[in-house]
Design a binder for this molecule. Structure first.
Ligand code: DGL
Length: 267
């Protein structure tokens, strides 16, 4: 009995959002789906993502019967949110870059948005900046390597700090790098690396992500949806691809997903 949410990402990034949802709604049943096979999303064209995601989410929704879907992926949300909403019959909450809270708190009026290459070039993000950070200088930086580093960390392989340094360096080396006081973590994988990011950056930087706001939004939407009458099965992670090995299983278990199922173990 109760509600079920489907959390979706290209990989383990959505766990950074799951954490906040669990904190706010410990009673909520969840299914996690990771599209390992098609990651990274950040290098895929908008057309490729729009061709894949609505059908995939519709299929997952039929299989898992959620009351709500959390698209815990900035790249997918800024690219295909409307198409996905049109393909499913439950509310979809999309995780998008936290530009608004960043602009509200930046004292230097100088921000960076650190996302995937796909996210930082989408019009959706330009519009967020225009609407909410019009009086700020905003540096956009895309990185795919950081997605792989976060996956490495969550798969027990450790984080290569040299690569991390190299990827983040352009944030602070540019013309107004010294003035940046707020960095928007505009990919759900990146909050998983926040300790490492802090350890190599100025201590005064405020790292902002959308996880907490998304959890509040999910809670508010669910309060208006009648609860399921069925008994919910245990929370399960569905990994689309071959990598459902022991290290990943262990991490999913730590986030409350008791069962991990590889959907296409042979690809
Ligand atoms: N976690 C995803 C995001 O929030 C995408 C990572 C990727 O597959 O490129 O953008």
């Amino acid at each position: 009995m109760g509600h079920r949410a489907l959390i979706f990402d290209s990989g383990m990034g959505g766990l950074s959002v799951t954490r906040h949802i669990r904190d706010h709604m410990p009673w909520l049943s969840m299914t996690y789906a990771a599209d390992d096979m098609f990651r990274p999303y950040g290098t895929k064209s908008a057309a490729a993502l729009r061709a894949r995601l609505p059908g995939l989410l519709a299929t997952l929704a039929i299989a898992t019967r959620p009351n709500i879907i959390v698209l815990a992926c900035n790249t997918a949300s800024v690219t295909a949110l409307d198409d996905i909403r049109a393909a499913v019959n439950v509310p979809v909450v999309g995780v998008v870059p936290a530009v608004k809270p960043a602009a509200l708190t930046s004292r230097t009026r100088t921000l960076a948005v650190l996302g995937t290459p796909g996210t930082v070039k989408r019009k959706y993000v330009d519009d967020l900046i225009e609407n909410f950070a019009g009086d700020c200088r905003v540096l956009l930086l895309g990185s795919t390597a950081l997605v792989a580093l976060a996956e490495d960390k969550m798969s027990g392989r450790g984080v290569d700090m040299e690569i991390l340094r190299r990827e983040v360096a352009p944030l602070f080396e540019g013309r107004f790098g010294a003035d940046i006081d707020t960095v928007v973590l505009a990919c759900t994988h990146f909050p998983l690396l926040v300790d490492e990011l802090k350890s190599i950056s100025r201590q005064t930087i405020n790292w902002i992500d959308s996880g907490e706001a998304i959890a509040r939004r999910v809670k508010s939407l669910l309060s208006k949806i009648p609860e399921n009458r069925r008994r919910e099965p245990p929370d399960c992670a569905l990994l689309i691809g071959p990598d459902a090995g022991p290290a990943r299983r262990q991490v999913f278990a730590q986030y409350g997903f008791e069962h991990v199922v590889g959907l296409f173990p042979d690809v």
